[in-house]
Design a protein around this ligand. Structure first.
Ligand code: G6P
Length: 611
């Protein structure tokens, strides 16, 4: 979603801001802007559309001289994407400029009050309220002013602020929306996300909730809401800069799909390996065998693809460890007043670790005394920091909005948990565990085989560029795979697509099948082959073109399918990791054929920090 960058130092600010914003483009946005103080006034340039437009308007920053400034990429929430609603926003006499991530929930009330005090609003945004509120309280002391504003606004925010009266300082504050700061070689930089600062530093300071930071050219100081100065320690980001670059691939998504075998290997064997002496070791869990044996129920909660990984997790954990699992979309879970059982545990899955609904679900579970395990990719993110324990997925930075490698790594984390729980609870014996470990270790190589077969998928995908609807069907784990396959296609190609539990087709969806409609059937669960083949026959006889993704050896499927993609044999619980590869490639190549913006699909954001 929105991105923030701020800079103060010896260099010209605008090019640094623009470059930093470019690194945050992947998060999704629809307009952008920067404000730079030039020694006498704060100048601003904003524009709807891609950053390219802002670069052109400012001649790559040249028309906005000055060594301190703030910048923003906006993903519209309050008011449509246009130049006026784009950030930064000024107070009335242009002496304060502010950029904002998050949502000010009581902005209507504040707007009314400020209007009554004579303030005029020019945008529809909630952020403009902050600019005027800062103005209202400002008596010369920025920290004091920011604290007063913090007491008045409700909701979530990361703010970058500059005051004309304080030409040697940039301010920032956060509540429930990430912010980091770091030193550059000649100044200090602030951003909402790590990729924007990686070029300058790997040592970053995470601003915690309700903390304020003041940056000057040579210094940074942190304060709490009582205006007390805080000591903070830097965190070293291990990502290597090239991990967040395209590295010769046409798109981040393609590169990230190719990084999946590595993401899987690294998640199985990070620095603190998870398979030791042929047993599963998840030290981060911090649970004794007795505690594992006493778990009555698991709640898996997540959004988007992470939720789809969770649906698979339910089948795998219930199948192997025989622990009942409820899996929920975080946006539903947080408002459904869940009945938390004693001895239960919540698992929050999130690539970014910042998804607002997932974070709210985590807090709800904790508030009810439930232990929370986070399965998270971004080290030091909010979910990672607030969960009782965190199991990192070692997928590295993921830039494409449509997740691939983080999803694959989430599956591995869930398999490892299921195996650990199953063995500890004596649901599987050592022989079964060794077979599972062997199959798990084989996955990266098998994924490579599938990735190397991409031309076949590309060829097939090219025939479906003009599709109106595509349906994905499957049962059990194959249904979970279908959910993710369908999402991958629709989110990047804008083709309407739905995933259906195959047995549910006859209850409505089948009426949508027309001559030539593509139906992708997933069949990796041997015990369910026959059932799904019957469903394939049903749609085929109504004119559908049927693509099947199934295990090598299941040639029977050819009777009911028009086109078959075989995946290598693996344990039935791990089939998702292989079957998803051709489906990701399919979505990618359909989108490529249609000429869509694959890495930054319209209206979508990588990290959804508002509910
Ligand atoms: C967005 C992303 C998805 C992701 C979902 C959940 O919709 O585009 O790829 O699955 O958010 O995000 P999280 O960071 O919590 O995994």
């Amino acid at each position: 979603m929105c991105g923030i960058v701020g800079y103060i130092g010896e260099s010209q600010a605008a090019p640094i801001l623009l470059e930093g914003l470019a690194k945050l483009e992947y998060r999704g946005y629809d307009s952008a802007g920067i404000a730079v103080y030039d020694g006498s006034q704060i100048n601003m340039m904003k524009s709807v559309g891609r950053l390219k437009v802002l670069n052109e308007l400012t001649h790559d920053g040249e028309t906005l001289p000055g060594t301190l400034g703030i910048g923003h990429t906006r993903w519209a929430t309050h008011g449509s994407p246009n130049d006026v609603n784009a950030h930064p926003h000024y107070n009335s006499d242009n002496t304060i400029a502010v950029v904002h991530n998050g949502i000010i929930e009581n902005y209507m009330k504040l707007r009314k009050r400020l209007t009554a005090h004579g303030y005029t609003f020019i945008s529809e945004t909630d952020t403009e309220v902050v600019a005027h509120l800062l103005d209202y309280y400002y008596k010369g002391n920025p920290i004091e002013t920011i604290i007063k504003v913090m007491h008045r606004v409700e909701g979530s925010y990361a703010l970058g602020i500059i005051f004309k009266d304080h030409p040697d300082e940039v301010y920032a504050v956060r509540k429930d929306s990430p912010l980091i700061v770091g030193h550059t070689k000649d100044g200090n930089i602030l951003a909402s996300d790590v990729p924007a600062v990686l070029k300058y530093t790997r040592n970053v300071y995470f601003i915690e909730n309700e903390e304020i930071v003041r940056l000057s050219k040579t210094d940074m100081k942190f304060y709490n809401v009582d205006e007390e100065e805080l000591e903070k320690e830097a965190t070293t980001i291990e990502w290597d800069v090239s991990a967040a670059e395209k590295g010769g691939y046409e798109h981040y998504m393609l590169k990230e799909m190719y990084e999946q075998p590595k993401a899987v290997r690294d998640t199985i064997s990070p620095a603190d390996p998870r398979i030791v002496n042929n047993k599963i070791e998840i030290s981060e869990l911090n649970m004794t065998d007795e505690e594992i044996c006493s778990i009555h129920k698991l709640y898996i909660v997540a959004c988007g693809s992470a939720y789809h990984a969770g649906v698979t997790g339910k089948y795998v954990i219930e199948g192997l460890a025989r622990i009942p699992v409820e899996v929920d979309l975080a946006s539903e879970f947080r408002y459904r007043d869940p009945i938390y059982e004693k001895n239960s545990m919540a698992i929050i899955i999130s690539q970014s670790g910042e998804t607002a609904d997932s974070l709210a679900a985590l807090r709800d579970a904790k508030a009810h005394g439930i232990k929370v395990l986070g399965i998270v990719n971004v080290v030091g993110s909010s979910i990672a920091r607030e969960a009782d324990s965190v199991m990192y997925t070692w997928a590295g930075p993921e830039i494409a909005v449509a997740t691939t490698k983080a999803y694959s790594a989430q599956l591995i984390a869930l398999y490892l948990l299921a195996m650990k729980f199953a063995y500890t609870r004596q649901q599987i014996d050592d022989n079964e565990l060794q077979t599972l470990i062997k199959d798990l270790r084989k996955l990266p190589e098998q994924m490579e085989l599938l990735l190397n077969n991409k031309e076949k998928i590309q060829h097939f995908a090219n025939r479906y560029i003009a599709s109106r609807d595509v349906f994905f069907i499957g049962r059990g784990i194959d249904y979970a795979i279908s959910l993710e396959g369908s999402l991958k296609l629709k989110e990047i190609s804008y083709i309407h697509s739905e995933a259906y539990a195959a047995g549910e087709l006859k209850h409505g969806t089948i009426s949508l099948i027309e001559e030539g409609t593509l139906v992708a059937a997933v069949l990796t669960q041997e015990q369910l082959y026959k059932k799904t083949i019957s469903n394939m026959v049903e749609v085929k006889s109504r004119g559908a073109f049927v693509l099947a993704v199934t295990n090598t050896g299941n040639t029977e499927v050819e009777k009911a399918a028009d086109y078959v993609i075989y995946i290598p044999q693996t344990n039935k619980y791990f089939a998702n990791s292989l079957a998803i590869i051709p489906l990701q490639l399919f979505g990618y190549y359909v989108s490529l054929g249609k000429g869509c913006d694959i890495d930054k699909p319209r209206n979508l954001a990588k990290s959804v920090t508002v509910e």
